[in-house]
Write a new protein. Structure first.
Length: 269
C-alpha cells in the first residue's frame, strides 16, 4: 500500500478493500483506539486518519469512505460542521459519532449518524456500532425512527447515574462527576470547572453546560457563573441589591440582579 501525508497531519493509504473507513478525532489516543479495534475486522480498511475538521473534509472527498468515525467536538471545525461542509451525496453512508458528550445524541441522528459511541466505550460496544454500519451499507434505508429511539434509550440507560463533564487535555480525557463540581465560570468558548482545589478547563460553552446541569441542581447566578446549589453555605445581601453567595469552602461569588429572582425562588429567601 502507498502511504501519503496531508499538510495538516492527515495520514492515508491507498484503499484495496471494498469497505473503507476514515477516522477523525483531535486526540491521537482516540484515533489509535479505533484503528486498533478495526485491525480485527478483515472487511474494513482505514483509508485516512485526521486530527482536525479541515483535513477530514479533504480526506472524505478524496477517499469517499463507506464508514466515518467522527469526533463531535474539535477545535474550529467540529464533527457536525464537517458533515455540513459536504454535499449530501458526498457524505459517507455510515457515520458513527465518537465523543464524550452524550447530550449530542439527538443532533447526531439528525445528521444521519448510524450510531453513537460514548467515550469510554468497550470493544463489544464498538463492534455493535460497526455491525450497525455494515447493516446501513447493505440497506441504506434500514435505520428508521423506531431503531433511533431504541438506540437513544440505550444511551440514556448507559449514562443514567453517571452524569459527568468531559475535560480534554493533550494527554487524553478526564471525566468529572457533576456532583464533584463546586462552580463553573465562562471563558469565551470554554468554561472553567472549580472542583475542590482543582481548576479545569473544558471546551464547552457555559450555556450548554447550564442546560446539562440544571437537573443536577446547578443554578446560574451571573452571566458568567453557574454553581452547585448543594455547595451554598450562606447568602449575604450586597449594598447594590445583589447577593454574595458563600460556598462551603469559603469561596465568595457575587450574583447579578438579572438572576436575583431565580436565586430567591430556589433558596426561598
Amino acid at each position: 500500500m502507498r502511504n501519503w501525508l496531508g499538510s495538516g497531519g492527515r495520514v492515508g493509504f491507498t484503499v484495496m478493500t471494498a469497505v473503507a473507513a476514515v477516522i477523525v478525532d483531535d486526540e491521537a489516543l482516540a484515533r489509535e483506539r479505533i484503528r486498533t479495534l478495526l485491525q480485527r475486522e478483515a472487511d474494513v480498511t482505514v483509508a485516512a486518519e485526521c486530527a482536525n475538521g479541515t483535513d477530514a473534509i479533504a480526506a472524505i472527498r478524496d477517499c469517499a469512505p463507506s464508514i466515518l468515525f467522527l469526533d463531535v467536538q474539535m477545535p474550529i471545525t467540529g464533527g457536525f460542521e464537517v458533515l455540513s461542509a459536504l454535499p449530501p451525496d458526498r457524505r459517507p453512508p455510515a457515520v458513527i459519532f465518537v465523543t464524550a458528550y452524550d447530550s449530542y445524541a439527538v443532533q447526531a441522528f439528525e445528521a444521519n449518524a448510524i450510531d453513537y459511541l460514548l467515550k469510554p466505550y468497550t470493544r463489544d460496544r464498538f463492534r455493535t456500532a460497526l455491525q450497525r454500519a455494515r447493516g446501513r451499507l447493505l440497506n441504506p434505508v434500514s435505520v428508521n425512527q423506531q431503531s433511533v429511539e431504541r438506540l437513544l434509550n440505550s444511551i440514556a440507560k448507559y449514562t443514567a447515574g453517571h452524569e459527568r463533564v468531559a475535560v480534554k487535555s493533550k494527554s487524553g480525557v478526564e471525566f468529572v462527576q457533576t456532583s464533584a463540581i463546586d462552580w463553573l465560570q465562562a471563558d469565551g468558548n470554554y468554561a472553567w470547572l472549580h472542583v475542590g482545589s482543582r481548576v479545569l478547563r473544558t471546551r464547552d460553552l457555559l450555556s450548554h453546560l447550564e442546560s446539562r446541569l440544571a437537573d443536577a441542581g446547578f443554578i446560574r447566578i451571573h452571566r458568567s457563573i453557574i454553581l452547585n446549589a448543594d455547595r451554598i453555605a450562606r447568602v449575604e445581601n450586597s449594598s447594590h441589591g445583589e447577593y454574595v453567595i458563600v460556598l462551603g469552602n469559603g469561596t465568595r461569588l457575587s450574583s447579578s440582579r438579572t438572576y436575583n429572582e431565580q436565586i430567591r425562588q430556589l433558596l426561598r429567601i
